[in-house]
Write a protein that binds this ligand. Structure first.
Ligand code: ATP
Length: 394
């Protein structure tokens, strides 16, 4: 029996209708006009640049996630679309119309759900949901119909007469969502909409959001710092760093083909091997690793040149960990296990390699064979196929 351990699937969930096979990819169609366009938008607060020259197209029916660490400018970008902040430079278009100078209440295509929910404590669920419609002066019968529809969508009918303090956090979140949806905006803006929920509730609420977005056909733009949340719900993700959009791609592309170390490290776990390009031929690059040894990679980015400093990025589940040296010439290094994390369905093996750096391999716990039981302090071999990683140049 071999002790070699096989790789597992990426931990991120890449499911849903936006998977490549669904064919939903308006961003690849040059004839499609975006519903939202940020055009060279910059926002300064005094000397501080919160959003830096962002150009971004978002398409009808997209579930777009703005993802980045705290303070990267994602809420500011969303607030500019809602009209609560004004760009210092650039313009914002909705449906081809320049709305940069419109006040929030005139942006009828856009509605925002706030993280704090901002529910009125003295109003029932029903009254909270209908608030915006009453403000608009809609006829009573129409309001009732809209509120009933929104309550059914978020499954809150039996709580119609309760006040917010009589609801759980998850139920309050659904009231806030129903209130925003009742206005039937073309574009829903959600700033950390699930931030107040615990992890388990958050996961079911993510699927609720997806269902509601698909049922209503509304374009959703969500701000989140949670990469798993973005991967779960979004058709595309815009990753932000210090006010700049560093990559805009589908969840699958972001995970499998990050364009920088920043994106690779922000989305999921990644092992980075620093080296120099030794040779390039027929779609294959050889990399001299600083730890000694030569790696081969089939993921060669355009414009790569011999001698260039690069990082080979390898996801933990792409690395095969074994007790005996595999019968391969390249892409194999030795290490020593210095920690094992057992997570039930998977185990993470943290190993130390020649450079002293920590390299993590992940494997699914499919069988409890003695051979597969790699332990702390074991000398191991780490290997991977040439198409397993990405070459990053920045
Ligand atoms: P978080 O997830 O923490 O909300 P974020 O990515 O949404 O972060 P923003 O709220 O967009 O970040 O803020 C971006 C930067 O702009 C932060 O450094 C913030 O302190 C700054 N900023 C935001 N609003 C203002 C303001 N009104 N005046 C001055 N600085 C501001």
């Amino acid at each position: 029996m071999s002790e070699t351990v096989t790789a597992t699937q990426p931990k991120a969930r890449l499911a849903r209708t936006f998977a490549p096979q669904s064919g939903f990819a308006p961003w690849n169609d040059p004839k499609k006009a975006p519903i939202v366009r940020f055009e060279n938008v910059t926002k300064r607060f005094g000397d501080f640049v919160a959003v830096k020259n962002v150009t971004l197209n978002i398409y009808e029916r997209e579930f777009f996630a703005l993802l980045g660490p705290s303070g990267c400018g994602k809420s500011t970008l969303l607030r500019m679309l809602a009209g609560f902040e004004k760009p210092t430079e650039g313009r914002i278009l909705v449906g081809g119309n320049d709305i940069t100078d419109l006040p929030p209440y005139e942006r009828t295509d856009v509605n925002m759900m706030f993280q704090s929910y901002a529910l009125f404590p003295h109003m029932t669920v029903e009254k909270n949901i209908g608030f915006g419609l009453r403000q608009e002066g809609m006829a009573k019968a129409d309001i009732e119909a809209r509120v009933a529809e929104a309550m059914a969508l978020v499954e809150l009918q039996k709580f119609a007469h309760r006040k917010p303090h009589q609801l759980s956090g998850g139920q309050q979140q659904r009231v806030a969502l129903a209130r925003a949806i009742a206005k039937k905006p073309r574009i829903m803006l959600l700033d950390e909409p699930l931030g107040a929920l615990d992890k388990r509730l958050r996961q079911s609420a993510q699927f609720e959001l997806m269902r509601i977005q698909e049922t209503t056909g509304t374009t959703f733009i969500i701000v989140t710092h949670d990469q798993e949340e973005a991967m779960t719900v979004a058709s595309r993700i815009g990753v932000m760093n210090h006010g700049e959009l560093t990559q805009i791609s589908t969840p699958g592309e972001i995970y499998e083909a990050p364009e920088s170390r920043y994106v690779a490290e922000f989305i999921g776990d990644v092992n980075l091997f620093e080296g120099k390009v030794a040779s390039l031929s027929q779609g294959m690059a050889e990399i001299d690793w600083v730890g000694g040894g030569r790696f081969k990679s089939a993921a060669v980015p355009a414009g790569l040149s011999v001698g260039q400093q690069v990082w080979l990025g390898l996801r933990p589940e792409k690395i095969i960990i074994s007790l005996h040296k595999p019968a391969v010439e390249t892409n194999v290094i030795s290490g020593k296990v210095d920690d094992v994390g057992y997570l039930g369905s998977t185990s993470h093996y943290h190993t130390k390699v020649a450079t002293g750096q920590r390299v993590t391999a992940l494997r699914a716990n499919m069988a409890q064979s003695a051979e597969a039981n790699i332990k702390w302090e074991d000398d191991v071999w780490l290997s991977w196929p040439a198409d397993a990683g990405v070459i990053l140049t920045k």
